[in-house]
Ligand binder design. Structure first.
Ligand SMILES: C[S@@+](CC[C@H](N)C(=O)[O-])C[C@H]1O[C@@H](n2cnc3c(N)ncnc32)[C@H](O)[C@@H]1O
Length: 219
């Protein structure tokens, strides 16, 4: 896959119109994945702890739900997403905000250096090799004392992965099971290695059964 390419735009072509219903509905196969969705977004904002005027980049904006919270802070906010369908919904909801075309491995140059990089429910679209390259590139974009804060699906370890797959099979949540097998949900120790190899101080804590909060601090 070339750096300009992304693998999952077709998924969001189908899902964009229903996406907000899925995340807020508290029903269906994805209910546990999105459990506490609004608190998860707010924890990402709170974890940034940046002063007014800071420059914050959001990657994988989707329908703009985290963006809306970022824009309430006194920060200069930039947003990118590779899916035209998701960008279009975000821009309808946030008419004064432009979501640029871009992705983890292709951040528009004009955005420049930033103090914070955030993302929710998006990093698992990259293979672990791509995750490592992305974190190296993003660490280079961070100003001194900058921070990366991601909330995303991951397993605590191999044992947790098997237990979750088994549970989802028993729940007959076959669409979710397919996602678990075809997207790149990684394991926390792998992410720790990736962040530390890029020179970042790593921390992780679980936010629900599927989602973890990951931070990488420059210093
Ligand atoms: C599940 S949605 C999450 C949207 C939003 N961040 C939220 O928390 O509701 C995943 C988003 O990541 C975007 N995405 C997919 N692959 C990506 C990539 N390689 N880099 C950045 N974003 C990507 C999709 O277009 C989609 O908008």
């Amino acid at each position: 896959m070339e750096e300009r390419d992304v693998q999952f735009n077709h998924v969001f072509e189908q899902w964009a119109d229903e996406y907000d219903h899925t995340v807020y509905s508290r029903e269906g196969e994805y209910a546990e994945v999105f459990e506490g969705y609004e608190q998860i977004l707010q924890q990402v904002v709170d974890e940034l702890k940046l002063p007014p005027g800071s420059r914050v980049l959001e990657i994988g904006v989707g329908t703009g739900n985290l963006t809306e919270r970022l824009l309430k802070q006194e920060w200069e906010v930039y947003g990118i997403d590779p899916s035209p369908d998701m960008r279009s919904i975000a821009e309808q909801k946030l008419p004064d905000f432009t979501v640029r075309d871009g992705h983890f491995l292709s951040v528009p140059e004009e955005i420049g250096q930033v103090d914070g990089i955030v993302s929710t429910y998006a990093f698992h679209h990259l293979t672990d090799e791509q995750k490592a390259r992305a974190i190296r590139q993003l660490a280079d974009r961070l100003n001194e004392e900058g921070v990366i804060v991601f909330a995303d699906t991951a397993y605590a370890d191999e044992e947790a992965k098997h237990a979750i797959h088994q549970r989802v099979r028993e729940q007959k949540a076959f669409a979710l099971l397919e996602d678990l097998k075809t997207e790149y949900y990684t394991q926390v120790p792998i992410l720790q290695r990736i962040f530390e190899a890029a020179g970042l101080v790593f921390s992780a804590r679980p936010l629900n059964r599927y989602v973890w909060l990951f931070t990488g601090k420059k210093s």
